[in-house]
Design a protein around this ligand. Structure first.
Ligand code: HEC
Ligand code: HEC
Length: 321
């Protein structure tokens, strides 16, 4: 009887800690941010905007919604895309802080509304307009003047959705969406991609080409850090440090999780989000598939072990009864 009472007291206190205190403390330290379901309609931006910005943001996102209703002309959009490639072509160096990413899968990983908003006004679309006062401009800021009419924006976005929507691997999705700002050491990705394979000179022992690449990466990091105000963290093991929900809502709207952060919104659609998260999981928790594959074997072992133990017990007790 006494044991039961002690057990009851322990159970009640554990219950209070587990279901009451811990979730409360957690809720105080990490506020819960709801996802907007990867719908980019500016709802959170407008709600969080200061009074003087509310009107401009409301107008901006209403115009984006209007453009989204237009039927884009893929053929006309191809000409517009050539202008994007002026900055986004392969091998282009750092531009105003980062290397413009490849757009090879832009239609596959980014949301349509977000792309429209981005071409209209990149700083507004990614919710970092507060960083750009009159003197400084978003490095993609001039794109607006290249696509001055709603129809021209609808056309180029239609082109991306039709022609840049092929299958994308988790790694490539990460390279296009995150790598210009975030290295991933376990994925062997620097801000400039994977290091080339180089060899040391047999006479001197120095790997000059390898050293040159390291220098380029260091210089690139300095530019990214200057642009962002700090070097964005390496994301190798972020998947273990943060919850899946935190990561998704951060990418969808960084300001919602870290008010005032320099990280711009990355307007991924469901496919883009799934792929990026898969890559983060692969680099952050690479033994997970192995662990999971091992599970059935372990359970199988215990099942067989239990049957054998039972038979063994039966055999022993048979004579005693
Ligand atoms: C003047 C150069 C320039 C032009 C023109 C340009 N871009 Fe960009 N773009 C950039 C730069 C620089 C970045 C990286 C900005 C950053 O990460 O802060 C970027 C980023 C992007 C991103 C990633 C956005 C994100 O939120 O992660 C997409 C998508 C994109 N551009 C699409 C386009 C499309 C589509 C066009 C043509 C309609 C275009 N760009 C034209 C320079 C340009
Ligand atoms: C244009 C640069 C840029 C791009 C692109 C970018 N980020 Fe970031 N990111 C930042 C900066 C800057 C920070 C640091 C934010 C801070 O401390 O306020 C950051 C922080 C983070 C953090 C850490 C938040 C924390 O817990 O402290 C995560 C996770 C993250 N980014 C994920 C991503 C992912 C995933 C992508 C691609 C989908 C991405 N970022 C794209 C600039 C960027």
């Amino acid at each position: 009887m006494r044991e039961l009472k002690i057990f009851a007291v322990v159970a009640i206190f554990s219950g209070i800690l587990y279901y009451g205190v811990e979730p409360f403390a957690h809720g105080q330290m990490h506020k819960h941010v709801d996802s907007n379901g990867l719908v980019y309609d500016g709802k959170a931006d407008i709600a969080e905007a200061s009074k003087d910005k509310k009107e401009a943001k409301t107008k901006f996102w209403a115009e984006v919604a209007e453009i989204a209703k237009l039927k884009g002309d893929v053929a006309a959009g191809e000409g517009g895309y050539a202008m994007c490639m002026g900055c986004h072509m392969d091998g282009i160096p750092n531009m105003g802080g980062v290397v413009p990413p490849s757009l090879e899968h832009a239609g596959a990983i980014y949301d349509k509304n977000y792309l429209i908003a981005l071409v209209k006004d990149p700083a507004m679309a990614s919710n970092v307009d507060h960083k750009y006062a009159d003197t400084m401009m978003h490095p993609m800021g001039s794109v607006g003047s290249m696509f001055p009419t709603p129809q021209s924006i609808a056309d180029v976005v239609a082109y991306l959705q039709a022609k840049k929507a092929g299958d994308v691997t988790p790694k490539v999705a990460y390279e296009e969406a995150c790598m210009r700002c975030h290295a991933n050491r376990y994925g062997k990705l620097t801000h400039l991609g994977t290091a080339p394979v180089t060899k040391s000179n047999i006479m001197t022992g120095y790997d000059v080409e390898g050293m040159k690449f390291k220098q380029k990466v260091a210089e690139e990091q300095a530019l990214v850090a200057a642009y962002m105000g700090k070097l964005p963290p390496d994301l190798s093991i972020i998947y273990r440090a943060r919850s899946h929900h935190f990561l998704e809502t951060l990418i969808e709207n960084p300001q919602g999780q870290l008010a005032g952060t320099a990280m711009p919104r990355v307007g991924l659609n469901q496919n883009g989000m799934d792929k990026v998260m898969k890559y983060l999981q692969e680099t952050g928790d690479p033994s997970k598939p192995k662990r999971e594959a091992l599970g059935p074997w372990v359970i199988g072992f215990f099942v067989i072990f239990t049957i054998l133990a039972y038979l063994w017990k039966q055999a022993h007790w048979r004579d005693l009864h």
